[in-house]
Design a protein around this ligand. Structure first.
Ligand code: RP5
Length: 191
């Protein structure tokens, strides 16, 4: 149950593991109904060579990994608090948080609890944009436009890349692909 999950998070935080064995990016969302929107974040991370780490005790399948959880601000506020509070000690470097509806509190609250760990908010529906980005002075959140979880993941990797030159190369390759894509379409228009 939720209590076991919360205990696991605290145990992982206390374990003081080598940062190369723990996920760098945490993806959380308010409901499994947000999964379609948040799939863009998985796509971007996987394209950049990140593997999903589902079991903390197994050795990671890639140098850079991510994890994902459903964490509801309203149904499981205790889990949200535990996730945000333990995030840095569990080895996370950045969190991508998505939620929708008029009570899309998960990204904002997680940003406050996990501070100063950066949180990138993804509004899951257009109507929640104000809710996710409307943070008081001194309690920042970085946010993307509604549904743009792919861009949220790219931003997360840009943050990580400040410390890992290898990730800069992967981002540059991704960017070259983007440029080639435009070039191809552009040429196509002339033909
Ligand atoms: C939010 O309420 C979730 O993030 C989701 O976008 C929305 C609806 O959730 P469900 O009722 O589909 O579980 O907290």
């Amino acid at each position: 149950g939720i209590d076991d999950l919360i205990d696991d998070l605290h145990a992982q935080a206390a374990a003081d593991r080598d940062s190369e064995t723990t996920p760098e990016v945490g993806i959380i969302m308010g409901s499994d109904s947000d999964l379609d929107t948040m799939a863009g974040a998985y796509d971007a991370l996987q394209e950049l060579g990140f593997a999903e780490q589902t079991n903390y005790d197994d050795p990671p399948e890639a140098r850079f990994t991510f994890e994902s959880y459903v964490v509801s601000a309203h149904r499981t506020p205790d889990l949200m608090y535990a996730y945000g509070e333990t995030a840095a000690d569990r080895g996370l470097d950045v969190i991508i948080a998505g939620a929708g509806g008029k009570s899309a509190d998960l990204p904002n609250m997680t940003a406050s609890i996990a501070y100063p760990l950066p949180v990138i908010g993804v509004p899951v529906q257009e109507k929640s944009v104000d809710s996710v980005i409307g943070m008081p002075t001194g309690a920042p959140i970085v946010a993307v436009d509604a549904g743009k979880s792919y861009n949220a993941a790219l931003s997360a990797v840009q943050i990580l890349a400040r410390e890992h030159a290898d990730l800069i190369e992967r981002l540059e390759t991704e960017h070259d692909d983007l440029r080639s894509g435009v070039a191809e379409v552009s040429r196509g228009l002339h033909d």
